[in-house]
Design a protein around this ligand. Structure first.
Ligand code: 2RA
Length: 340
């Protein structure tokens, strides 16, 4: 016996990846419903070898369904997640709406699986921001060994984090550079993204940081340890899929780079590719479609008594969103609902 699963937002980048990953991981699905907004109603999506037709999120009855993976914006989540939760369907939400709610667990299964037992307060579980998810997978095993004091992270985030229109914009702007008669002005971003980088993701806050940077701070504290100090600079780069991060870590105690490498090699969800030679590291194009969080460039930070630098790359549509949500569904099934 398996689960009755709903995908809300099934026609977006993340919703489609959720369906792909549920099929790839052979999640025990008895029945699946795919929902979309009015404008995408009737669109067909693929689930394994099946073709499914989207139903109307606005009128769907969630009663009798075990869990709903939400991949819609915060506005739609605000309208429909409580409706699903009240009907007894556990919501696993990819938006930022509930991430900072004390009554909603924010979960990366490799890091804080025990938090799943807190789902019942609102019948909702939150999925972290993509740039947070891959980082905490790397931080947790090191934190367990040598308690992290401070993290300084610079991100290099792909355009797929902004959605399909941004992917099209990068493609069109890139072509336009080689065909000057074809001008493609910025529309998703404030400046050209082709052959450029933009130090601005989400909105600016009063202290000069952006909300994307604030998310990495707040979510790391909620998922790993509130005592960890985090400062982030989040940058958009002309890459289609795959977020990269340069992470500097200061520990309470000294941690040798070789021991850190061994710890990461044994840690869940991590693939270490780290050779001090040409090509001995991972780049975003190599992570696409993979489940792993890749770690390279592990090395001491000699400017600190207890410092370490590392390079972290992962498919932002997978571990950064859809995979983590499916892993939460697996955790919820295994630890709580116990069907299948
Ligand atoms: C981004 N993390 O990369 C944000 C939302 N997916 O745009």
């Amino acid at each position: 016996m398996g689960y009755r699963v709903v995908i809300a937002g099934a026609t977006g980048n993340v919703g489609r990846e959720m369906l792909n990953i549920l099929a790839e991981r052979q999640f025990p699905v008895d029945e699946i419903a795919v929902l979309a907004s009015r404008k995408s109603l009737g669109t067909e999506v693929t689930f394994g070898d099946k073709t499914l037709t989207t139903q109307d999120l606005d009128t769907f009855d969630f009663a009798g369904w075990d869990m709903a993976l939400f991949a819609v914006g915060s506005d739609a989540t605000k309208k429909y997640a409580p409706k699903a939760a009240a009907a007894g369907c556990v919501v696993i939400d990819n938006s930022s709406l509930y991430r900072y709610d004390h009554d909603v667990p924010l979960i990366v299964p490799e890091v804080n699986p025990q938090a799943v037992h807190g789902y019942a307060k609102k019948n909702i579980i939150a999925n972290p921001n993509c740039s947070t998810a891959q980082m905490v997978v790397a931080l947790k095993p090191l934190h367990d060994r040598a308690k992290i004091k401070r993290v300084v992270v610079s991100t290099y985030q792909s355009v797929s984090g902004s959605g399909k229109d941004a992917i099209d914009e990068l493609w069109d702007q890139t072509k336009a550079v080689y065909n000057p008669t074809q001008d493609v002005p910025p529309s998703v971003y404030t400046k050209q993204i082709a052959f450029n980088v933009i130090p601005h993701i989400d909105v600016f806050l009063d202290d000069g940081s952006t909300k994307e940077e604030w998310k990495m701070v707040a979510e790391t504290k909620k998922i790993v340890d509130p005592s960890i100090k985090v400062t982030a600079t989040c940058v958009r780069v002309p890459v289609f899929v795959g977020h990269s991060e340069a992470i500097n870590i200061e520990f309470e105690d000294f941690l040798d780079e070789d021991e850190a490498r061994d710890i990461l090699r044994e840690a869940p969800g991590i693939m270490v590719i780290d050779k001090r030679e040409d090509g001995g590291y991972v780049t975003p194009v190599e992570c696409v479609g993979d489940f792993a969080t890749f770690i390279s460039r592990i090395r001491q930070d000699s400017t600190l008594d207890n410092g370490l630098n590392l390079w972290c790359v992962s498919d932002n549509l997978r571990k950064g969103a859809a995979l983590n949500a499916v892993q939460i569904a697996e955790l919820l099934g295994r630890e709580v609902l116990k069907k299948g």
